[in-house]
Ligand binder design. Sequence first.
Ligand code: ADP
Ligand code: MG
Length: 212
Amino acid sequence: MSPARPWFVVLDGVDGCGKSTQARRLAAALSAERGRPALHVREPGSTPLGERIRELLLSRELEIAAPSEALLFAAARRALLDQRVAPALAAGQDVVCERFHASTFAYQSVGGGLEPLRVLELLREWAGSPAPDLTVILDLEVSEAALRRGPAGDRIEDRGLDFQRAVARGYRRYAELDPRSRLVDAAGSEDLVQARVRSCLEQCAAEEARRG
Ligand code: ADP
Ligand code: MG
């Protein structure tokens, strides 16, 4: 990996695909290799405002339509970028973030029926910078992810397997639209998936070095 500058890496994918597991592993590996601690954050959350918005979004007591969901996610993301991500990158820290634009695209537009390109426009306009260097989408059969995850634990997980399948299609579509994103096979052991994520990062760093 290019040691010259800090990286902003997103791990995304359906519920239970292994984002938290791989984000922890990646942040630990980068911290050890770079000799400076990586910042590990989750979306929505990791700021006081973002954690409050997360509680609202996941609460089973509320009905929240897709447009309001998209705006709440964008608001949490803006706060995360300003309060955590930008300062960390400026201080030379790598950033590993669970979920980002690909989630909003997959859940609120492809899964929730909003016009996908309008959602991307909103996110780019209001939460476009700093932009991730790489978005790794952990690609796993939704029934396998549901087995890993166990019973639904919140308002969004309650939507069931058909919704999750639409979300998985949304992620694949996102990967075609964002040139800085890659699908990574998330089947197999944690070690195996970690090695795939790692090699994806190295490939991107090598491509960047070639581009100069
Ligand atoms: P997410 O954050 O995407 O919802 P997690 O990282 O929390 O997913 O993983 C969901 C569950 O699956 C956890 O219990 C975790 O220990 C387990 N898990 C994660 N990666 C793997 C893997 N490669 N193989 C089997 N189980 C896994
Ligand atoms: Mg998680």
